[in-house]
Design a protein around this ligand. Structure first.
Ligand code: XIL
Length: 328
C-alpha cells in the first residue's frame, strides 16, 4: 500500500514522515529511496534541522543549510509539503541562550529576532510552523523552560504574535500550529491546550492548528474513542489538527508477534481517528525505520517504534505499516 496516495484519496493533505537529515541517513540508499517516494510520503518534517540550536547557533548568526536540505528533498521529489518544526521549545535551545541571565525584555527580543528571521527566511517553503512546542506539563500547568522561567506565560502569546507578524512580512499563507504530546486523549493536558487556543483566539492572534504528536507505548495507547473525543475538543474551536510525530514504541525488547499485532492495532486506531475527522489534515510518522528512530536514544531499552525494520531487518515492513494502509 502507498500510504500517501491512500491518505490523499481520503481527502487528507498527506501521509508524511520526519527525517533527521542532514545526517548519516543520506549515505543509506535504501533509506533515501523510501524517503523520496512521494507515493509513500507526501510531506517531510525536519526532525532537528530547523530547531533553535541549529538555526541560530550563535546570537544573530543564522544557519539555514540543514533545513534547506529537507525542503529541497521535499520539492525535488514530488513537490511535497514541509511542516517546519519548531520555533520555541524547552529543548535544543542554543547554549548562548541558556548561559546568560536575561531580563524578560531582552529574552523577548531574542525570541522575536529568531522567529522573524527563521520564518521570513524559509517563507512558504513551510506549509506550517510549530510555533511553540510542548508548553504544558501533563497536569495542564505551564512547563518550565528558559522562555517561561524568564518571561512568564506571556512568552507563549508573544511567540504567536511574532510568528504572525513574520508571516505577514512574507505575504504568504503559512499556518501556525501548537504542537504537543499526551494531548491525544481527554485529560488535564488536553483541557490545557483548549485553554491556550481559546486565549490565543480571545487575543485575536493567529492559530491555525493543533499538532497531536502521537508518541505511544505498545499496550497503553488511547482508544479510538478517546482520540476522537480529544480531536473534537480542538476542532470545535475552529482549528485544524494533524498527527505530527506518530510512533508506537515497545517498552520491552525484543518484541514478539503478539506485540507486533498490538502495535499494529494502535497505529490503526491513531490513523483511523485522523481519517474520520475532516479537520485532521494529515499524519506524519516520526521517522519510518527503527534503525534511525529517536526512541532508543531518548528512552533507553525501548524501541521498535517505527513502521519499517521488522525483527531488526533494515527495511522489512512491520504489521503496523499494513495496519496504517488498512486505516487509510
Ligand atoms: C527529537 C528528535 O527526534 C531527536 O533526534 C532529538 O534528540 C530530540 O528531539 N517531540 C518533538 C520532537 O516535538 O522535536 C522531538 O524530536 C521528539 C519529541
Amino acid at each position: 500500500p502507498y500510504l500517501n496516495l491512500l491518505a490523499k484519496a481520503k481527502g487528507k493533505l498527506w501521509f508524511g514522515t520526519a527525517t533527521d537529515i542532514p545526517g548519516v541517513e543520506q549515505q543509506d540508499q535504501e533509506y533515501m529511496s523510501i524517503l523520496n517516494d512521494s507515493k509513500i510520503f507526501g510531506q517531510l518534517t525536519p526532525a532537528n534541522a530547523m530547531k533553535f540550536q541549529f538555526t541560530e547557533p550563535e546570537q544573530n548568526n543564522f544557519t539555514y543549510a540543514g533545513g534547506q536540505e529537507v525542503i529541497d528533498l521535499a520539492k525535488q521529489h514530488g513537490n511535497r509539503y514541509v511542516r517546519c518544526h519548531n520555533l520555541v521549545w524547552v529543548t535544543e535551545v542554543s547554549e548562548w541562550v541558556l548561559d546568560r541571565n536575561w531580563t524578560a525584555e531582552a529574552l523577548t527580543e531574542v525570541m522575536k529576532n529568531h522567529i522573524y528571521n527563521v520564518v521570513t527566511h524559509f517563507g512558504d517553503s513551510c506549509y506550517s510552523w510549530d510555533v511553540v512546542n510542548e508548553a504544558l506539563n501533563d497536569n495542564g500547568t505551564w512547563a518550565p523552560s528558559v522562555w517561561f522561567d524568564t518571561i512568564g506565560p506571556e512568552y507563549f502569546y508573544k511567540a504567536y504574535q511574532f510568528a504572525e507578524e513574520a508571516v505577514k512580512l512574507t505575504g504568504k499563507d503559512i499556518k501556525l500550529y501548537y504542537n504537543d504530546y499526551n494531548i491525544e486523549y481527554p485529560g488535564p493536558k488536553a483541557t490545557g491546550v483548549v485553554g491556550l487556543v481559546k486565549e490565543l483566539k480571545r487575543r485575536k492572534l493567529k492559530i491555525d492548528g493543533v499538532g497531536l504528536e502521537t508518541h505511544y507505548e505498545v499496550g497503553t495507547a488511547p482508544s479510538y474513542e478517546q482520540q476522537i473525543e480529544a480531536s473534537k475538543m480542538y476542532t470545535a474551536l475552529g482549528v485544524d489538527i494533524a498527527r505530527t510525530e506518530l510512533d508506537v514504541r515497545f517498552t520491552q525488547l525484543p518484541y514478539n508477534s503478539s506485540g507486533l499485532a498490538l502495535q499494529a492495532k494502535e497505529y490503526y486506531d491513531a490513523v483511523k481517528s485522523c481519517v474520520d475527522i475532516r479537520q485532521c489534515i494529515g499524519m506524519t510518522v516520526w521517522d519510518f525505520v527503527d534503525k534511525y528512530s529517536w526512541v532508543p536514544g531518548t528512552f533507553p531499552g525501548k524501541g521498535g517504534a517505527d513502521i519499517y525494520g521488522l525483527g531488526n531487518s533494515n527495511y522489512t515492513r512491520k504489521p503496523a505499516y499494513y495496519a496504517v494502509g488498512d486505516a487509510l
